[in-house]
Write a protein that binds this ligand. Sequence first.
Ligand code: SF4
Length: 509
Amino acid sequence: MQFLKNSLIELITQTSTNLPPDVRAAMAASGANETPGTQSSQALGIILSNIDMAKDDEGPICQDTGMPTFFVHTPVGVNQIEIRKTICEAVAEATRRGKLRPNSVDSLSGKNSGDNLGTETPVIHFDQWEEDQIEVKLILKGGGCENKNIQYSVPCMLDHLGRADRNIEGVRKCLLHAVWQAQGQGCAPGALGVCIGSDRAHGYDLAKQQLFRTLDDVNPNAELAKLEQDVMTQANQLGVGAMGFGGRVSLIGCKVTAANRLPASFFVSVAYECWAFRRLGVRLDAQNGAITKWLYRDPSRQVERMAQAEGFPLTGREIVLTPPLTEETVRALKVGDVVLITGEMYTGRDAVHAYLMKNPPPVDLHGAALYHCGPVMLKEGPAGSEEWKVKAAGPTTSIREEPYEADVLRKYGVRAVIGKGGMGAKTLAALQECGAVYLNGIGGAAQYYARSIEKVLGVNLIELGIPEAMWHLRTRNFAAIVTMDAHGNSLHADVEKETGEKLAELATV
Ligand code: SF4
């Protein structure tokens, strides 16, 4: 199997950096369908640019390269132990090259292994089959959308939709609810992989496997095909929009399977996938491990460009922010303003927020912009004078910091919190009280934002691991939208309310 490791490294690299054609087509249609000039349309513009940038630079589309999950089919007699070992070697090498973020964290100690290897990571499923070749499929599904997976035990009562019964109508309600509850936190527009039935654990597994169907296929089961189509149509009437900004495109795919269940159980398991829908596959020669065929793509066909123009279309109405920020500057901002941050910011996400509850910050945060981001960083340069370089740096889901953020704002004087998906009532009250704002970046736009970062000025708390450390960055024209201001306004609360009302209308269609 002399070519196996290189084949797997190539599979990981392509999966992380170059979206498959069906996802590209769905995202291009999303961009074309959105109302021009809206915040969702601006978000889609950045997303489309980001897809191009990732392909051009062979950089991760999103900084969160997820839990590497492999599905492997082997002919009878092929050594699966060797394949498992080689997958692990390839994952570690792709991490070293910056194609994967180090994402494997010991759940008890909190220590990041640094190479994506650890207990039960990566995830590898094996099956035998009667073909002559090996097939390896890979999905990189990030934490933001993984956190929006949801499982319904039917019958159940759903917000705005009422009772969901044990029938297709009940499943339809669950799936609309799944899109609604994700809002922008899973980086909409998203896709659903769904399993009706099975048990709790296997149902989720089968739901995730539905994400290996192409977005444009048609379910061979007529009843499920109709359900998929109905959910697509109705979910796109909800108005969640790209990044939850409100808009016409909320869902790019709905793929449903059904499995037998116990008489007492009726689960609807939903794997919510973000727009950065990274899955690919290869067929391999079973003797030497060389790639014989790519799945999901035609290598002879040129990859089309996605964006009409590179980056963020500037209107001249953007407000330039140069941290440290004053209270006066921040109180002048209102929901809907587009800002460009030129100056310094600090990253801080889950571990930093937990740290700040018990310890003072390692830097002065008065007036600072605090970026919820777990970047991909590599040390580059001549031996002895290496410097940290940003390889991918989009925002992470902010709601995870909701239990901490109000205290951080009150205690340390942060003036701008940057993230994606919005935050809750506790943070909104603290923004108003302290004179601070929440700025929504475009989730998954990791290459776009990496280009907005001029220099890594330093790092604190590196012992927390690369994604969780506190990075000190200098940015230029870092674009974001004010979605929670210092006057008690929240675009996220407004969109959640409006889409909830729409959900109620869809309860009985
Ligand atoms: S696009 Fe959003 S949800 Fe998807 S992996 Fe990136 S940050 Fe997570």
